[in-house]
Ligand binder design. Structure first.
Ligand SMILES: Nc1ncnc2c1ncn2[C@@H]1O[C@H](COP(=O)(O)OP(=O)(O)OP(=O)(O)O)[C@@H](O)[C@H]1O
Length: 241
C-alpha cells in the first residue's frame, strides 16, 4: 500500500453554545482565529474552510499560520480525532502523532518505564520493546537520566524521549506539533535526519510550527493557513545553508 493524504475542499466547523449576552459584537477584524458566526447562544467557529492538498510518500509538510489559523485542528483531523464537517479527507497509512510531549507520560515513572508503557499502548509486544530499548535510549542521549523519574526532565529532555520512542518503530505518517523546537540544536539536527530517513522509507511527515528555520530545514512542502483557508501550498525551495 502506498502512503498518501488527500484533502478535498475540507472544512471544519466547531459548534459552541455560549451564554447569552447583550454586549454588542466586536466588529474589528481580528488577525487570529477562524470565523465566528451564528446568533444567540448557538454559534460556530469555522476553523477550516475549503482546504485542499495532496501528499505522497516522501513528503514532509510544514504547516504554518498565525495563532488560531487552524493548524492544530487540521492535525487532529489527520489523526482521526475529528471528522471534517464538509469536503473529504482520505488517508492511507498508519498514522502516529506527537502533539504534546508530556501527554501519555507518567511523571512518577522513570524514562525507561515510560518507554515500556508507550510501547504497550502503541501495541508493541514486550519483546519488541526490549529489542528497541537500547536504540531508543541511545538516540535520546539521556544517559543515566533514563532511570530517573520523567518529572525530573526538562522540556528538551522530554522532547528527546518522546521523539525517540515515536520514531524508533517507524510510523508511516508522523504528525507533529511545535514542541520539537524544545530540543537543542544538536538534537534538532538528529531529529531532522531521522525524519528524512522516515520519509525516505516512503513515509509522510506533517509538522506544524511557528519556527521558520525548523520548517526550512525539515520540510519539502509548505501549507500556509490564514483564518482557516489555504493561503499557499507549494514546494519549499531549499535555501543554501
Ligand atoms: N474545541 C474548540 N471549540 C471551539 N473552537 C475551537 C476549538 N478548538 C479550536 N477552536 C477554534 O478554531 C480555530 C483554529 O484553532 P487551532 O487550534 O486549530 O489553531 P492553530 O493554528 O493551531 O493556533 P495556534 O498557533 O495558536 O496553536 C480558532 O479560531 C479556535 O478558536
Amino acid at each position: 500500500m502506498t502512503v498518501s493524504i488527500k484533502a478535498q475542499s475540507v472544512g471544519l466547523r466547531y459548534r459552541i453554545l455560549r451564554p447569552l449576552t447583550l454586549r454588542p459584537k466586536d466588529k474589528r477584524l481580528l488577525k487570529t482565529g477562524g470565523t465566528i458566526s451564528g446568533s444567540g447562544r448557538r454559534q460556530h467557529v469555522q476553523a477550516l474552510e475549503d482546504v485542499s492538498f495532496e501528499l505522497s510518500a516522501g513528503d514532509r509538510l510544514g504547516l504554518v499560520g498565525a495563532n488560531g489559523a487552524g493548524k492544530t485542528t487540521l492535525l487532529k483531523m489527520l489523526y482521526g480525532i475529528m471528522e471534517p464537517t464538509s469536503g473529504s479527507l482520505s488517508i492511507s497509512g498508519r498514522v502516529d502523532a506527537l502533539f504534546n510531549i508530556n501527554l501519555g507520560f507518567r511523571p512518577e515513572a522513570t524514562g525507561r518505564r515510560n518507554i515500556e508503557l508507550r510501547g504497550l499502548i502503541n501495541g508493541w509486544t514486550r519483546r519488541q520493546i526490549e529489542e528497541a530499548m537500547p536504540e531508543i535510549i541511545e538516540f535520546s542521549e539521556l544517559g543515566d537520566f533514563i532511570d530517573m523519574p520523567f518529572k525530573s526532565y526538562s522540556q528538551g529532555m522530554a522532547a528527546r524521549l518522546a521523539f525517540s520512542v515515536a520514531t524508533t518503530l517507524t510510523p508511516e505518517i508522523l504528525l507533529m506539533d511545535e514542541w520539537i523546537g524544545a530540543g537543542d540544536a544538536a538534537f534538532q539536527k538528529k531529529a531532522g535526519e531521522r525524519m528524512n530517513a522516515l520519509t525516505g522509507q516512503a513515509g509522510i511527515v506533517v509538522l506544524a510550527s511557528h519556527n521558520d528555520k525548523l520548517i526550512q530545514r525539515v520540510c519539502n512542502k509548505v501549507l500556509v493557513l490564514e483564518k482557516g483557508r489555504v493561503k499557499k501550498f507549494a514546494p519549499l525551495e531549499k535555501k543554501p545553508a
